[in-house]
Design a protein around this ligand. Structure first.
Ligand code: 8YV
Length: 330
């Protein structure tokens, strides 16, 4: 079958130029209106499709794969891929690809911004000012925690964790400690200026804890009530990894009771819905999953997902395959 006859479905609205690029290679159908689709609608849209362009919001699982036998590749416009049941995809001979690297620095910038905003009480003080409550200077008005020279703890030392470490150590003179499933090799530790600690040591020593773990059954509620109890009462917690890695109910309790000082959250359990307790708390900065959302980075992520579809379906050569064993089988 010639490549131009492949059909590709784009499950969400994307940059028009990326849609045009796909259109030069494939017959493209897209959800450019960005309608929320049920799994049944998604299945219907994928009939006869060889590829699908997904974001982190669309679930690809065994029932979907069974209902869409023509599917050969699912290209995620996200580095995280917990929306994919990867073993089921491999079993079905369907390739999964993600969008790593292009978002690393932008996402680390945002994690750092959330840490600063939470520690220095930026959102809280702006709300106060906008509400017309500022009457005069006061010695302790929104006095928060320092960031420079403090200890930054990083949970999840992949590419984004290491980019955060570089910012903390080199830009802000921080001591950087980390915990990861596997300890980094000495070269990477040196490059990141970071010291490995077991999880309980990380929790106890961090003035600012940044969670950058992907979500899986094994990372579910990795930070829960017991872990929050280990942290300093002056500490801040930032989650730019995935919702569900932090137990949001336990976090609400910890923020409410002063067990920790503040939090900055870009990802949530069950997003786009939030634990309502979070909305009532002054000491948490909340953003709607935008850590990678700079214009150039989102465009680069979309191009990478598109290039994976083009590379695989036209040449058999995807750029960033998640289950390359599928390539061998084919
Ligand atoms: C995406 C992300 O914007 O890449 C990831 O894993 O969390 C974000 O950068 C989001 O998943 C939408 O695809």
């Amino acid at each position: 079958m010639s490549a131009d006859r492949f059909r590709v479905f784009v499950a969400r609205a994307i940059f028009p130029e990326v849609l045009d690029k796909l259109g030069r290679h494939f017959e493209v159908q897209s959800n450019q209106a960005d309608r929320l689709m049920t799994p049944e609608e998604m299945r219907a849209c994928l009939q006869g499709a060889s590829g699908v362009f997904t974001t982190g919001s669309e679930r690809v699982d065994a029932p979907l794969l069974a209902a869409c036998p023509s599917l050969r590749i699912c290209a995620n416009m996200a580095v995280g891929y917990n929306n994919f049941d990867l073993p089921a995809m491999t079993a079905a001979g369907v390739l999964g690809t993600n969008a790593p690297d292009v978002l690393t620095e932008t996402t680390a910038d945002f994690g750092f911004a959330l840490m600063l905003a939470a520690a220095r009480r930026i959102s809280e003080s702006e709300r106060f000012l906008r509400a017309g409550l500022w009457e005069r200077w006061r010695y302790d008005l929104f006095a928060g925690a320092d960031v420079h020279g403090k200890t930054m703890g990083i949970l999840g030392m992949g590419r984004i964790g290491r980019a955060l470490a570089r910012r903390g150590a080199r830009g802000f003179g921080m001591r950087v400690v980390y915990h990861n499933r596997n300890r980094l090799n000495p070269d990477l530790e040196e490059e990141s200026a970071a010291q490995y600690l077991p999880l309980d040591g990380l929790l106890r020593e961090a003035d600012h804890l940044l969670v950058v773990l992907p979500y899986s059954e094994s990372t579910h509620h990795r930070i829960g009530a017991a872990e929050l109890r280990c942290m300093k009462p002056t500490a801040t917690l930032v989650n730019i990894g995935r919702g569900g890695v932090v137990d949001d109910s336990a976090l609400v309790q910890a923020l409410r009771s002063g067990q920790i000082a503040a939090a900055g959250l870009d990802v949530f359990e069950g997003e786009p819905r939030l634990n309502p307790g979070l909305l009532d708390l002054p000491n948490v900065v909340l953003t709607p999953h935008i850590a990678s959302a700079s214009q150039p980075t989102r465009l680069a992520m979309a191009h990478l997902a598109a290039d994976n579809l083009i590379g695989y379906l036209t040449l058999g050569k995807p750029l960033t395959p998640l289950n390359p064993e599928v390539l061998v089988v084919r």
